[in-house]
Every structure is written in C-alpha cells, then in structure tokens.
Design a protein around this ligand. Structure first.
Ligand code: FA5
Length: 319
C-alpha cells in the first residue's frame, strides 16, 4: 500500500491526477487508508500494537507525499519551465545622452530662440575652407604643420568651425543667421581647459545694418540664457584674420577667481564677404566661435576637460 501510494503521488502530473490519487488513498469514505484503518478491528489483539504503528507511519508518509505533489502541480509556472524560486533578473539600467550631446542640444535650442537656424560642415576639411577663404594666407603661422592635423596634401582635420561660415555663405545669398556645432582638432598640450579634440559652436549673422552692438548683445543674451543672469562676461580687443574688429570673450570661472576664454568673435572682414560674392557695401555681419566644453564646464562646475572623454560612469551618471 505504501509503495503504491507514494508512486501514485509521485507520478501525478496535474492537479486532477493528484486529487484522484488523494481520493484513492486518503479519501474519507472509500480511501485505501480508511480501509486499512477499518481492518485494525480484525487484527489479533496481540498484533494490534505493531499494526497500529505501521498504519500511522504509512498514513503520515502518504499525507506528506500528497502535500508535496500538490505543491508541485499547483505552481502554474512549473509547466512553463520557469522557476519562480530563482532571484529575479535585475531591471536593466538605462543609459542616457553624453553631457556634451545634451549641451549641444541646449545651445542649439537657445540660439534657436534668438532666431538662429542650424548649419553643418565636414570634419575633414580642405585648406581653402579652413584657411584661404578665412583670409589666412599660406605663410601664416596658423597653418603651421605643428599646429594642425594634416591628413594629406590639401586636407586636414578642421581646426575651427569658422569653415562652416564660408560653406554657408557659398551656398546662399544674405541674409544669414545660423549656428553650427562640431568637433575641431588641434595638437594643443592637454590641461584642465585644453584638449586636442573639442567642440565649438560657430555663429554667423549677415544682413543689412548688422553692427558690433548686435554681436555684443547677442553674446550677452546667450551667456545669461545659458549660464544664468548672474554670469560675468567681458570683451577684450583681439585679432582674427577673418574679422575686423575682433574681440575675445571671457567668462568669470566658477569659483569666481579667474577669467577663462569662452570664444572669439568679430565683424566679418569685408574681404571674406567679397570672396563669397557678398557685397560689403550692402550687408555687414558678425561671427563668433565659442568653446562648447568650457561652456558646459562653467555651467556645471566641472574642473577638468578630460572628464568628457575618460568615460568614468561616476562622472557621466551625474548628467
Ligand atoms: C577660433 O577658433 C576662432 N575661429 C573663433 C572666431 C569665430 C573668431 C568667428 C571670430 C569669428 P580660438 O582659437 O580663440 O578662436 O578658439 C575659440 C574658443 O575655442 C576658445 O575661446 C576656447 O573656448 C575654445 N578652445 C580653443 N582651444 C581649445 C582647446 N585646445 N581645448 C578646448 N577648448 C579650446
């Protein structure tokens, strides 16, 4: 009885089969255990004690077999091969956009609200767009092989986004009002505010009657919009071959104890306008080129430009 009952519970593969085995062995009316109990009365009085002990052991074993068979078939997931007692799979951690990508989007959005559209240009440039068209003659020190990443004769990794000014003006007549963001490359010595690859945001506005006052107020509005109204910026007279007059723009660094250069700017040189077929008697323009990493660093209190490219998740996950 015991062996047959244990086998019946062990082999029962569904709740119905387990119930059938229960009725057959443990059923109150016709169950085999019940029948075995009733046979106790017919046993010789001298053997009753042994019979009773054996009966109890078999009954306990079959009840236990029933409990475990029930637990086995009651788990709905058991049929699908899913073990619900295993620890769950951790929720995948979502990634997000790199802080510089977020910064680029914010800058484009901000300049968009000031009326600037978006332009693009290639990272591998020709000498004409990187230098020539920007009034940088062949003997100019800015063309020095030690200061640029030349790829082959006539091609280099662009050293400034000002190349895009030229490409935009070549394509369309005035008025122009665009910004362009992209990577630029220079073999500069690396330090907390310099890298050999960084991003610039270039701006160009050409129309009738554009003046230096427009340039300065645009850059002020931008700086206050991006860095906050308490930001301090200053303009210093400077020189670029493609603007006249030219300025450099500094921002007071976080900590407030030093100025860091944010970008260069100026009124587009009449020669540059003429070279793309614009009439400098009719239209004037301003242009600027700002360092994107430095803007992001100033806004978020980041101390070292190298953090953008070392892929430390402790840094990246803060954005
Ligand atoms: C220029 O590149 C000019 N093309 C800017 C310009 C545009 C002037 C339009 C006039 C009209 P400059 O070399 O100063 O200028 O670089 C501009 C900005 O890029 C700097 O102020 C700085 O914020 C950033 N920058 C320059 N070099 C590095 C570097 N190695 N690492 C990180 N940022 C840099």
């Amino acid at each position: 009885l015991e062996a047959a009952g244990l086998a019946a519970f062990r082999e029962a593969g569904s709740p119905e089969a387990v119930e059938a085995a229960r009725i057959e062995y443990l059923g109150q009316k016709q169950g085999k255990i019940k029948a075995a109990q009733q046979r106790l009365k017919q046993v010789e009085p001298s053997a009753r004690k042994d019979y009773g002990q054996r009966f109890n052991a078999v009954k306990t074993a079959l009840e236990a077999a029933w409990e475990s068979a029930k637990a086995r078939v009651d788990r709905p997931a058991a049929a699908s091969g899913l073990d619900v007692t295993l620890p769950g799979t951790p929720r995948p951690r979502l990634g997000h956009r790199h802080p510089l990508t977020q910064t680029a989007d914010e800058l484009i959005d901000l300049f968009g609200r000031l009326g600037f559209g978006v332009a693009r240009g290639p990272e591998v440039e020709d000498v004409f767009h990187n230098f020539e068209a920007l009034n940088i003659p062949p003997a100019h020190p800015a063309r020095d092989p030690a200061d640029n990443f030349y790829l082959s004769d006539g091609a280099l990794l662009r050293s400034q986004t000002s190349t895009i000014q030229i490409r935009v003006m070549e394509r369309q007549p005035p008025p122009v009002r665009i910004v362009a963001i992209g990577r630029v490359y220079r073999p500069d010595a690396v330090d907390p505010t310099h890298s050999f690859m960084f991003h610039q945001i270039e701006g160009l506005m050409v129309d009738r009657g554009v003046t230096m006052a427009h340039l300065k107020s645009t850059l002020r509005l931008f700086a206050e919009g991006y860095l906050g109204t308490d930001v301090k910026i200053r303009f210093r007279p400077s020189f670029f071959p493609f603007t006249e007059p030219s300025v450099e723009v500094d921002m007071l660094w976080h900590g407030g104890d030093r100025w860091v250069e944010m970008g260069g700017a100026g009124m587009v040189d009449p020669d540059v306008l003429r070279a793309v077929g614009y009439d400098p008697e009719e239209v004037t323009g301003f242009a600027f080129g700002l360092g994107v990493e430095r803007l992001c660093m100033r806004k978020h209190g980041i101390d070292d430009i190298r953090l953008f490219t070392t892929n430390d998740v402790r840094f990246l996950s803060q954005f």
